[in-house]
Ligand binder design. Structure first.
Ligand code: UT7
Length: 335
């Protein structure tokens, strides 16, 4: 049991077709393309159709990951979904995806860790396959953030976009992939109130008043969140590299959470040996897709580049909770 090593053997992602540009946002709230680009690096983001939900996008990303791994849905024995925009409070979105893709043999559950969700489900998948509790885990992050975004609040509505990402985590010895060489997670619940959706849970169940007060939308103290973001991702990366007994120089790609180009650039400064094109970015075209963000970037990176055996990718994310994490992925060849 102790010799099982978790690796990612397939990835997929899904982005809705509809594009919401900065110019479109200029018509909705008092903002400018220049403000959004300068302060966030975002030019456009994707928005799901009214009849397209978190489970639909998650299922599409899952099908792409299964296809990439050359695997059928029936070979999956566990489905993990990271989301802060589930289809329902109950049942979990993972159950809906299980049905949609026909993964009839899979147990399933959702995990809530806001923008760090992909790393939290990746860590859970690693634990399950390395202890032999599961063989093939389908890891999904999917967000319909447009459903919790207040398009009257210019401080938040310019930031968020919809999308989904997925990967298959397996310990199968004969499969090549990206070995999960180290993962670290963290949380500071003392900062829970700086990024919150106040109503809809048991503290403030839906009422006419909560709807009138727009309490079902995400509220964020952007500046406060910003302050913690770089510090927490930086320390998570350091901790993760130590855990994997690696140095910064051992990393060939960095994928930070795509929340703001200024946060990404600040992270890039900490990895001076990496040329700018080795800091992978999607923030300009998809905005902040919360839990899905690093998974979408990982899928795009793997579709664009062929990694040599031994090359390493460092993923790091940060979000509401507050939560944060980092993971080192090592190519075992043919990725
Ligand atoms: O994924 C979860 C983690 N989330 C994050 O990491 C987000 C972290 N925070 C941020 O990325 C940034 O704080 C924001 C992009 C949200 C905001 O940037 P900022 O440089 O911190 O701006 P600010 O909130 O301090 O606002 C500066 C000014 C304010 O006007 P005054 O008070 O200086 O007159 C805002 O009212 O910009 C104004 N403002 C806008 N102006 C035009 C805020 N939003 C907009 C807007 N268009 N969309």
């Amino acid at each position: 049991m102790g010799t099982l090593k978790a690796k990612i053997i397939g990835t997929g992602s899904y982005l809705p077709k509809r594009v919401l540009s900065n110019q479109d946002l200029e018509k909705i709230v008092e903002t400018t393309d220049d403000w959004i680009v300068t302060r966030t690096g975002m030019k456009e983001r994707r928005i799901a159709r009214e009849d397209e939900f978190t489970s639909d996008m998650g299922a599409d990303a899952a099908r792409a990951a299964l296809d990439d791994a050359g695997m059928s849905a029936e070979e999956i024995d566990f489905i993990l979904v990271a989301t802060m925009t589930p289809d329902y409070m109950c049942p979990s979105t993972s159950c809906l995806i299980q049905k949609a893709i026909g993964a009839t043999k899979a147990a399933s559950m959702d995990v809530g860790a806001a923008c760090t969700g992909f790393l939290y489900v990746l860590a859970t998948a690693k634990a399950f396959v390395e202890t032999g509790l599961a063989k093939n885990v389908l890891v999904i992050a999917s967000e319909k953030l447009s459903s919790i975004t207040d398009y009257q609040d210019r401080a938040t509505c310019v930031l968020f976009g919809d999308g989904a990402s997925a990967c298959i985590v397996s310990a199968a010895k004969e499969r090549k992939g990206l070995e999960l060489s180290g993962i670290t997670l963290g949380c500071d619940g003392g900062q829970a109130d700086i990024l919150v959706i106040p109503a809809g849970g048991c503290r403030q169940p839906a009422s006419n008043e909560t709807v009138e007060n727009r309490q079902h939308y995400v509220k964020m103290e952007g500046k406060e969140v910003f302050k913690h973001a770089v510090r927490r991702m930086e320390s998570a990366c350091k901790e993760c590299l130590e855990l994997a007994e690696l140095q910064e120089q051992d990393i060939s790609w960095l994928i930070p959470h795509q929340a703001n180009i200024r946060i990404i650039d600040a992270m890039a400064k900490r990895f001076k040996h990496l040329p700018p094109d080795r800091i992978f970015k999607t923030v300009h075209k998809y905005g902040n897709t919360s839990a899905s963000s690093v998974g979408i970037a990982l899928d795009e990176l793997l579709k664009q580049e062929s990694l040599q055996k031994g090359e390493r990718i460092l993923l790091t994310a940060f979000g509401g909770g507050l939560t944060w994490g980092a993971a080192v992925l090592t190519s075992t060849g043919d990725v």
